[in-house]
Design a protein around this ligand. Structure first.
Ligand SMILES: Cc1ncc(C[n+]2csc(CCOP(=O)(O)OP(=O)(O)O)c2C)c(N)n1
Length: 579
């Protein structure tokens, strides 16, 4: 068996049935071996899309997504996708071709130091110098990518190693001293957390992407019911707690829900699970949850105390730690935070965002999102791009289940939405997959319309077409004296014709009601479809301006804040329409 065949066998042995890739000179041996193998390969039209597709595959399925690219420019085109996966803890394996070992370091044709480049944006990277190392590297790479806090792994694969004969195929994990994720929380810390929660009168749960990764959604719900705590999520935690639950306050942060931002400010105990307190979530750190004792549960010890001072740190897997914690709380019958919970529910009803704009043309984004919600079911996977489109979705779209809302959080990568949808659909063909993109971001990756056509991958892309690099334009408008420097896209292409040029079904949507109908028809058609949805160049409001505390919200839905203090809260939770 040759090195390249060992790559293929190892991937298949690890359960990777499909790879997203793009060939080139230094990968010729591997591609020649893929030709005869059982490994399915999807030829994308840009390597960046291979990485994002692998990422979307990983986030939708919880399995490792694999991408392949040749050396030099092929490899560097993967970088944005690898960095995106790294910031958002997605298990991706990126295999890059490399010049033959004897040429490494000589600036050979299409050589780039992929190991050096990817050290800061991977969990680990490998470069085999002998084909016998390959099976162990792939096996360990999968273990590293998936375990503890997941993340990307790079295999830098010299051309000659792909051709080298192995003495024997031996798939044994490598010795990796120092890499042992700690999954169980320390009992003493768990006890301290239980004490802090018992003392609290106004607890809130902040549920992050780590909850989805560890499958801890049922535990979050149980904890919320046990201690009467409302639940807010980060962007990546969207779906970790159903946004249809009365206890759900939606997303927290710069573009979060007003109820979430104010409640976190009011709370006296914040149970933060599987989140890293990014600046987009916390706003001004000095102001963040300043009345609260913070309990932080995270599997990555490096996250604890990094951004926010924490009263009770617990290193461990979200699900495991919550299962350790809850029995200690159940013993205590005295926990009764119903007053607080009802108050939050009542406050929630007083700041419901408006979604219906049934007479407005051009369409209001809120109306479009309402219609998207009406057209899909709760098994549909939504991916977003980056910009206003993403924040409209994060703010207004209600996600009920984990792994159904996929978005680039940490890196904020334009061009992520469409290829990640391709990956999600390939991973879970039974689920409908809809991608919501801006016109700017979609243009960055639109060449992969060829991929969805070629492989008949029926994703629906909703391009929210506002002729602007909307999010940047919004900041210019709000914070740079309306000096719109280079954010008007002007003559964007006719997206319908563009899609049709690739042979992809397409439709333009301009009026209220049309999005819902067009999306339903697109899903029913079973074909890849692009919907060009002409929207008003509107703002995503309310928002918290950069550097401000979470309560310094600007924009509409201004509701005078009601301090809980000693107020008696009489109204039970009202389930509000359109929230
Ligand atoms: C690759 C990349 N380049 C630039 C940016 C900066 N950026 C963030 S949002 C945005 C505008 C996005 O415009 P569009 O895709 O049209 O979406 P909209 O905000 O209008 O929904 C830009 C340029 C980015 N996040 N990613």
């Amino acid at each position: 068996m040759k090195g390249g065949q060992a790559i293929i066998k190892s991937l298949i042995d690890q359960g990777a049935d499909i790879v997203f890739g793009y060939p080139g000179g230094q990968l010729l041996p591997l591609y020649d071996m893929i030709y005869d193998s059982d490994l399915k390969h999807i030829l994308v039209r840009h390597e960046q899309c291979a990485a994002h597709a692998a990422d979307g595959y990983a986030r939708a399925s919880g399995k490792v997504g694999v991408c392949i690219a040749t050396s030099g420019p092929g490899a560097t085109n993967l970088i944005t996708g690898i960095a995106t996966a790294n910031m958002d803890s997605a298990p991706v394996m990126a295999i890059a071709g490399q010049v033959p070992t004897h040429l490494i370091g000589n600036d050979a044709f299409q050589e780039v130091d992929m190991i050096g480049i990817t050290i800061p944006i991977t969990k680990h990277n490998f470069q085999p110098s002998d084909a016998n190392e390959i099976p162990g590297m792939i096996k360990s790479g999968f273990e590293i990518a998936l375990s503890g806090r997941p993340g990307p792994v790079v295999i830098d694969l010299p051309k000659d190693i792909q051709e080298q004969e192995l003495d024997e195929y031996r798939s044994e994990s490598l010795e990796l001293p120092g890499y042992k994720p700690n999954l169980k929380g320390h009992p003493l810390q768990i006890k301290k957390a239980a004490q802090a929660i018992k003392k609290a009168k106004k607890p809130v749960i902040l549920s992050g992407g780590g909850v989805i990764i560890s499958g801890a959604s049922p535990e979050i719900k149980e904890l919320s019911e046990l201690i009467n705590a409302p639940v807010t999520t980060t962007l990546l935690g969207k779906g970790s707690f159903s946004e249809d639950e009365p206890a759900s306050m939606g997303m927290l942060g710069m573009h979060g829900r007003k109820v979430a931002n104010i409640t976190v400010d009011e709370c006296d105990c914040l149970v933060a699970v599987g989140c890293r307190f990014s600046d987009r979530t916390t706003g001004n750190i000095a102001e963040f949850a300043k009345n609260a004792r913070i309990i932080h549960i995270d599997v990555d010890p490096a996250e604890i105390g990094k951004n926010v001072e924490v009263a009770v740190p617990i290193v461990g897997d979200a699900k495991t730690v919550l299962q350790q914690l809850m029995p200690l709380l159940k013993k205590n019958e005295a926990i009764d935070n119903k007053k607080w919970f009802n108050h939050v529910c009542e406050f929630k009803t007083s700041c419901i965002p408006r979604l219906s704009f049934e007479n407005d043309v051009p369409l209001k984004p809120q109306q479009v999102i309402k219609e998207i919600m009406n057209a899909v079911d709760n098994e549909t996977i939504l991916t977003t791009d980056v910009g206003q489109n993403q924040m409209w979705m994060a703010h207004f779209y209600r996600t009920q289940k984990p792994r159904k809302f996929i978005s680039s959080g940490g890196l904020g990568t334009m061009g992520f939405g469409f290829p990640s949808a391709i990956g999600a659909k390939v991973a879970l063909p039974e689920n409908d997959v809809v991608s919501v993109c801006g016109d700017g971001g979609f243009l960055m990756v639109c060449q992969d319309l060829a991929t969805v056509k070629e492989y008949d991958i029926p994703v629906v892309v909703c391009v929210l077409d506002n002729r602007f690099l909307g999010m940047v334009a919004q900041w210019q408008k709000l914070f740079y004296d309306e000096r719109m420097s280079h954010t008007h896209l002007g003559k964007v292409p006719d997206f319908v014709k563009l899609a049709e040029a690739f042979g992809v079904r397409a439709e333009r949507v301009e009026k209220p009601g049309e999005t819902q109908e067009a999306l339903k028809n697109a899903i029913k058609s079973g074909e890849p479809t692009l919907l060009d949805i002409i929207i008003d160049p509107d703002e995503i409001l309310p928002m918290v301006p950069p550097g401000c505390g979470l309560t310094e919200i600007i924009g509409e839905y201004k509701v005078e804040r009601e301090r809980p203090g000693e107020v008696t809260y009489k109204n039970p939770a009202k389930k509000a329409e359109g929230d």
